[in-house]
Write a protein that binds this ligand. Structure first.
Ligand code: ADP
Ligand code: MG
Length: 257
């Protein structure tokens, strides 16, 4: 399989513990190019941990993490297992841009500077070219007029859209969202939902952890329900939301929808 047809991210049999707390107990996940995969489940079920294992923000003890047909190379075993190749980690991490619940914009940089920072300093791209791209992405998320504002001058919805523009400006292979709308009031939530839907429509590969079942139902090609570190049920959104098989999923959905 070459990188044009391989899944952007593939996880096989992943185990992850924090000390003696087993958080992921053998999880598989495939994010084919151009697909949107949503992760749902109760608080503490391991959704964020799984997302962070994909871009190697977290180590894992067992199982494979594969980026575009390239398996992560490890050294050591179990709790002593770590990625063996720093350049590989950097390549994977810069190609899987993360958007966090709390936006995490740098408060001492303007919006434009926030969007330009990593492409210039991490990827070493030409500043003028990055600025042109950054302005394009700010326009795409609907805040071109905020380029010279400071993060604190923006609403939560605008800050999150700036964070999405920042992730896009890395021109990653996939976007990873961790509860992108959870910190927002309902009306601001919708501005961000619209942007995520537009990104799905243009065929971007995305992994989305969300508590917003309507968003997951609307944008996903595939939905994964995690329960206590295991995949309890997964499938097309129509099946997962329309005809859930597992009693746990039924209970979860009736409590959240
Ligand atoms: P979710 O995103 O589904 O709410 P998480 O992946 O954040 O779940 O957490 C799964 C479990 O791992 C929880 O029990 C949480 O308390 C624990 N956990 C998460 N991060 C850490 C950490 N850095 N150290 C220790 N335990 C953690
Ligand atoms: Mg979480």
């Amino acid at each position: 399989m070459n990188t044009a047809t391989a899944p952007v991210i593939e996880i096989r049999g992943l185990h992850k513990a924090y000390g003696s707390l087993e958080v992921l107990k053998g999880v598989d996940l495939v994010a084919p190019r151009g697909h949107v995969v949503s992760l749902i489940g109760s608080s503490g079920s391991g959704k964020s941990t799984l997302l962070r294992c994909c871009n190697l923000l977290e180590d894992s003890q067992q199982g494979e993490v594969i980026f575009e047909a390239e398996p992560v190379r490890w050294r050591g075993e179990g709790l002593h297992r770590h990625p063996a190749d720093k350049a590989q980690v950097r390549r994977i991490r810069t190609n899987l841009s993360m958007v966090f619940q709390q936006f995490n914009l740098w408060s001492h940089l303007t919006i434009l500077q926030n969007v330009m920072e990593a492409p210039v300093t991490v990827l070493g791209r030409d500043r003028a070219e990055v600025e042109a791209k950054a302005r394009e992405y700010l326009a795409k998320v609907g805040i071109a007029d905020k380029a010279d504002a400071w993060p604190a001058q923006l609403s939560g919805g605008q800050q999150q859209r700036a964070a999405i523009a920042r992730a896009l400006c890395m021109e990653p292979r996939a976007l990873l969202f961790d509860e992108p709308t959870s910190a927002l009031d309902p009306e601001l939530e919708q501005e961000v939902v619209r942007v995520i839907k537009a990104l799905a429509d243009e065929g971007r590969t995305m992994l989305i952890v969300t508590h917003d079942m309507k968003l997951a139902a609307d944008v996903s090609d595939h939905v994964i329900f995690l329960h206590k570190g295991l995949i309890e049920e997964q499938g097309a959104p129509g099946a997962v939301f329309g005809a859930p098989k597992s009693e746990r999923l039924r209970q979860f959905l009736s409590a959240t929808m």
